[in-house]
Design a protein around this ligand. Structure first.
Ligand code: PLP
Length: 481
């Protein structure tokens, strides 16, 4: 028996799912952001072996409502202010649902002309929205980690005389160490790319950052010179526009100049902050990225597109194609002048991710998206002002976008202060209505508030701050006892 469930069962189930989604989006704020669940508790509610007979869709959906939905961390919650807060907006959810229904594999133009051409068009819309030159061509991957890995693979591929694609790296004394430079604030995806591509973690130079967490340009220049003197080959710089901890922006303009002079590949990681470049008044922060060889930007972070959706913009897409294109007989086609998306990376199969992005851009419009980004940035400034008014808290990094890093100034030594900030974070997150995350800056525990959800309002931010304030007061009173 290979028949799908009957239309008479599926149709009402689809309607029920539509209602469940709408209800969840409407009521998500009533859940605690983090479920009150212990490790193993969800597993204990699930049978240890699969059902031998099929079950009704209604029963499965009942279990979804009982076991799954209440026990996830609610990223759609307006009080989700941790990591990078994201929104799977209504239009994006429609696109995601329809792409699941179409079940398209956009590996070749032939296997989905619409998915291929929509992806190309939507990526070009994005390019225009970001103010980048026409030469950039974009395509969509799952995550920034993969986009960065592909960009560095292209950088390795164009190294003269190496022929890594054919000859590999192992067992080759003729190859010097290939070095990648990034800041000590850069995302770990840069290290993972180096691990994966056979460059090795030791060949990733983590250049120190300045007091505002931006890569120190002079240190970068020195590191490149030192590597050349030692016979190593500087290969690429990964500059970040919007670092993960503080959203600081590296001096991309100067770095671009250096890369041009030294023949280094410039990859810009704008995974989170790229969205802000759609606002012309924020674009100065990205000055120089138009000279990059590759840029990654994640609409799933701050462009209201459901996870996952990462755009890799390439100055010369043929460099990526020549690094990865490999067409076995069973995938040969005779269409000319078409893009076969499988040529632009490791994977063959590809989800139809541009559909949701198309729906988001159309439903909000460029001006609507700008307004939403501006609103988040304004709320972050307001929160920073609230924190500044408190004598026992400090904002510890500039706030160029929508993330505020702060610290509770409790405790006599740095260690004690770290310990108290960790306790404060646990106390805040245990309450339920908000969820914050933490990081280390200059080795010190720091709390982070990231604003990126469409449902987050001024009231949520004020409530969140009250929760922080009262949690700190409670902990301070406990310490006096
Ligand atoms: C600056 C930056 N780059 C890359 C990444 C990795 O993103 P992804 O989860 O899409 O791989 C992140 C994740 O937060 C990030 O902040």
């Amino acid at each position: 028996m290979s028949r799908d469930v009957s239309d008479s069962e599926l149709r009402p189930a689809l309607h029920r799912v539509a209602d469940m989604i709408a209800d969840d989006l409407q009521d998500v704020g009533q859940y605690p952001v983090m479920p009150r669940v212990r490790p193993g508790e969800v597993a204990s509610m699930l049978p240890g072996s699969p059902p031998s007979e099929g079950e009704s869709l209604n029963r499965i959906l009942d279990d979804y409502a009982r076991i799954i939905e209440p026990n996830i961390t609610h990223w759609n919650h307006p009080g989700f202010l941790g990591y990078f807060s994201i929104t799977g907006s209504g239009p994006g959810i429609l696109g995601e649902a329809l792409s699941a229904a179409l079940n398209v594999n956009a590996m070749l133009w032939r296997t989905s002309p619409a998915a291929t051409e929509l992806e190309e068009r939507v990526c070009d819309w994005l390019r225009q929205m970001l103010g980048l030159p026409e030469v950039f061509r974009g395509h969509i991957n799952d995550t920034a980690s993969i986009s960065t890995m592909l960009a560095l693979a292209a950088a390795r591929h164009v190294q003269p005389g190496l022929e890594v694609r054919e000859l590999g790296l192992a067992g080759r004394p003729d190859i010097p160490e290939l070095v990648v430079y990034t800041s000590d604030q850069a995302h770990s995806s840069c290290d993972k790319a180096a691990m994966t591509l056979g460059l090795g973690l030791r060949q990733v130079r983590r250049i120190e950052s300045d007091e505002q967490f931006r890569m120190r340009f002079e240190s970068l220049v020195e590191a490149v010179e030192a590597d050349r003197r030692a016979g190593r080959r500087p290969m690429a710089v990964v500059a970040t526009a919007g670092t993960t901890s503080t959203t600081s922006v590296d001096p991309i303009d100067r770095i671009a100049e250096l890369c041009h002079r030294e023949g280094l590949w410039l990859h810009v990681d704008a995974a989170y902050a790229g969205s802000a470049a759609i606002c012309p008044e924020l674009r100065d922060l990205f000055c120089g990225w138009e000279r990059a060889d590759s840029i990654v930007f994640n609409p799933h972070k701050w462009l209201f597109t459901p996870f996952d959706c990462s755009v890799l913009l390439m100055r010369d897409v043929d460099r990526l194609k020549s690094a990865f294109s490999l067409v076995p007989d069973y995938l040969k086609t005779d269409e000319e002048d078409v893009t076969n998306l499988m040529d632009l990376g490791v994977q063959l199969g590809r989800r139809f991710r541009s559909l949701k992005l198309w729906m988001v851009i159309r439903a909000f419009g460029v001006e609507g998206l700008r307004d939403r980004i501006r609103e988040h940035c304004r709320m972050a400034q307001d929160l920073a002002s609230l924190i500044d008014e408190e004598s026992d808290f400090e904002v510890v990094a500039p706030v160029p976008f929508s993330v505020v890093c702060f610290r509770w100034l409790a405790g006599d030594s740095p260690e004690q202060q770290d310990h108290r900030n960790e306790a404060l974070l646990n106390e805040i997150n245990a309450q339920g209505p908000v969820f914050l995350s933490s990081t280390k800056l200059d080795g010190r525990t720091t709390l982070r508030t990231a604003i990126g959800n469409l449902k987050t309002t001024d009231q949520h931010i004020q409530d969140a701050w009250q929760i922080v304030r009262s949690a700190a007061d409670r902990l301070a009173a406990d310490q006096l006892r």
